[in-house]
Design a binder for this molecule. Structure first.
Ligand SMILES: Cc1cc2nc3c(=O)[nH]c(=O)nc-3n(C[C@H](O)[C@H](O)[C@H](O)COP(=O)(O)O)c2cc1C
Length: 186
């Protein structure tokens, strides 16, 4: 075990990975754009709130500031290459939808773009944008949920059916093992 005190920035900030990245889909200024965000989390059940941490350096940030809604999609391990590509280019320089020939699914509860190929997705009405250090936490109220019924065993993801995408940092990807232990009362 090693310890080091942190005065400014840590040497790396990958200790809380692996984590599941979402792909944010947003439309504003006449542009549809997608970017992966591994800094994402559920924030509340009632009302259902979900947040994404986005750096102001991202093209997506400006779009999220203007838009009143956005989408997030969850993709399987098999789509790691696409997620990586979406996170390696900026919508400022290239129209990713055209460049990668992306299929866009339109939201049903809200007029938001969703990247096709997901096993689950949220349609989010923007409720807050909180500055947190060098990122902004965009909070959305869940207004629509898509889920592949084959992917979910009851209310949880079935890891035999879907290999969830895990991000380790430094552009490394993996997936969880298929074993699941059910502990505790149902
Ligand atoms: C797997 C993965 C996860 C990422 N997570 C985040 C994140 O949570 N927040 C963030 O601001 N950038 C994150 N990034 C970086 C952006 O996705 C990347 O800079 C992207 O090119 C921004 O696109 P845009 O300029 O079109 O918005 C991530 C990149 C990858 C590959």
């Amino acid at each position: 075990m090693r310890f080091y005190a942190v005065a400014k920035q840590p040497r790396h900030f990958n200790h809380f990975y692996p984590a599941v990245p979402v792909v944010i889909g947003v439309e504003a200024r006449g542009r549809v754009n997608f970017m992966p965000a591994v800094w994402n989390l559920g924030l509340s059940f009632d009302p259902p709130l979900f947040g994404v941490g986005v750096s102001p350096k991202r093209f997506t940030h400006g779009l999220l500031e203007e838009a009143s809604a956005f989408g997030v999609t969850f993709h399987p391990f098999e789509q790691a290459g696409l997620v990586q590509r979406l996170g390696s280019l900026s919508g400022r320089e290239v129209d990713k939808v055209a460049a990668f020939g992306l299929e866009v699914v339109r939201g049903r509860a809200l007029d938001v773009p969703l990247l096709d190929g997901f096993y689950a997705a949220y349609e989010l009405e923007k409720t807050d944008a909180l500055a947190t250090g060098d990122h902004t936490l965009f909070v959305g109220r869940v207004r629509g949920i898509w889920e592949d019924p084959d992917a979910f065993a009851g209310e949880t993801l079935n890891p035999v059916r879907v290999r969830a995408l895990l991000y380790y940092g430094r552009y490394r990807y993996g997936h969880p093992a298929p074993e699941v232990r059910e502990l505790g009362e149902k």
